[in-house]
Design a protein around this ligand. Structure first.
Ligand code: CS2
Ligand code: MG
Length: 403
């Protein structure tokens, strides 16, 4: 028994907003969990403070699964991004406490290491194809084994995934949503040129990835996948919105480009049909938005039965607490595929001191007990919350579209 005596939510904005849950026990241990939901941060903060924390006080911090079930089933209104992010924060913090109590890094409690390090991919972005390739060459020189390529589309004033701050892509850029403009034909004409040029410049011994960011219909996605086949992508991500999981069957019928999806999924039910029908190759759900380490282990176990591998989301709006938790998870599962890794700013790294480290294309979670990450509350207090939204997107004729 390790009684939970206190828990609180810390909101900080060292360049961008992060929501962190801190849980304390009677033994003097504490654990941290990430609760950041980009653009809807305070909804999760309130869900935790007003509805979850009162139920945690007095419980045994070691009963991770029981607390997970209590919060999931006990809400009656199950699932959804706000609720599942809140549960994830509790789950991460409790694994952190259990690791500290055992004196072991969390991956050891999850069955131990299945690999020596976690292969990650970086983001090469640029306004033009040449700029993107110049960025990609920098990642290659840093030792990255896999690189995601995004580029501006001629005729469109801005494109998702392309930023001014190269290493720190941040889409939540305004206190009210910025409006972007989109043209699918312009995009579809341009992207194969990017990958043709990339193979010329980067060769074939580095994995290349691309994120479509939910912008195509299934038949358009089938066509893009087919056009990209000569360049052997590691994956094509979020080719079409996935509310209708069946949509991926159509894409699959038309292309052998591997498919990845799931960064916005909240639970196993969002990907059950995609996995069981082998309609995807990589599941991108992550510990933060899909119910924590405990629930991600269920998703990964189901995926393993169908030769689907993981490719956890790891954008900068997931705090270093999530990055640490994701790395323990990635180390411990048999069907790990690839981990996204967008570096945080120096201010963010100072607020969240952590033990994970990058070397030669791999991340390692480190061997400190627990998750190996913490929050410096004094530093966090220097950066108050700032309302900020993700952009929205319209077609050239003004019709609202997917961002
Ligand atoms: C992107 C994200 O990393 C990715 O693959 O899709 O940057 C996404 O746009 C953000 O996480 C949204 O908050
Ligand atoms: Mg994405």
């Amino acid at each position: 028994m390790s009684r939970i005596t206190a828990a609180r939510v810390i909101v900080t904005s060292p360049g961008r907003n992060f929501v962190t849950l801190k849980i304390e026990t009677a033994e003097g241990l504490h654990g941290v969990g990430d609760a950041t939901l980009n653009g809807r941060e305070l909804a999760v903060a309130s869900y935790l403070t007003d509805h979850v924390i009162p139920c945690l006080i007095g419980r045994d911090a070691h009963r991770i699964e029981d607390i997970w079930q209590f919060l999931y089933k006990g809400a009656y209104w199950r699932g959804g991004p706000v609720g599942m992010t809140a549960i994830a924060a509790v789950d991460m913090a409790l694994w952190d406490i259990k690791g500290k109590a055992a004196g072991l890094p969390v991956y050891q409690l999850l069955g131990g290491a299945c690999r020596d390090g976690v292969t990650v991919y970086g983001h090469a972005n640029g306004e033009t194809i040449d700029d993107t390739i110049a960025e990609a060459l920098k990642y290659k020189a840093l030792g990255y084994k896999a690189i995601r390529l995004q580029t501006g589309v001629p005729g469109l004033p801005s494109t998702y995934g392309v930023s001014r701050d190269k290493m720190f892509y941040e889409p939540a850029d305004n206190d009210l949503p910025t409006e972007n403009v989109w043209s699918t034909p312009k995009y579809l004409n341009h992207i194969p040129n990017l990958f043709a040029a990339a193979r010329e410049a980067l060769g074939w011994d580095v994995h290349l990835l691309h994120d479509v960011h939910h912008r195509l219909t299934p038949i358009e996605a089938g066509r893009l996948g087919k056009d990209l086949e000569p360049y052997r992508l590691f994956w094509m991500e979020d080719a079409t919105p996935a509310e209708n999981q069946e949509a991926f069957r159509l894409i699959r019928q038309h292309t052998t480009t591997p498919l990845a999806v799931g960064e916005i999924f909240s639970n196993v039910w969002n990907c059950k049909d995609l996995i069981q029908n082998q309609l995807i190759d990589y599941i991108r759900a992550t510990v933060l938005h899909a119910g924590g380490i405990s629930h991600m282990r269920r998703i990964a176990a189901l995926a393993d039965l169908y030769q689907v591998r993981t490719g956890c989301h790891g954008a900068t709006d997931l705090s270093p607490v999530t990055m640490a938790a994701a790395l323990h998870f990635d180390m411990s599962i048999p069907n790990f595929g690839l981990q996204e890794y967008m570096r945080h700013t120096a201010e963010t790294d100072e607020v969240f001191p952590h033990g994970y480290s990058f070397e030669d294309g791999y991340l390692h979670p480190g061997d400190a007990p627990g998750l190996g990450v913490d929050i410096d509350e004094a530093r966090a207090a220097l950066y108050p919350y700032r309302r900020s939204y993700l952009p929205v997107n319209r077609l050239e004729d003004g019709t609202m579209f997917n961002w």
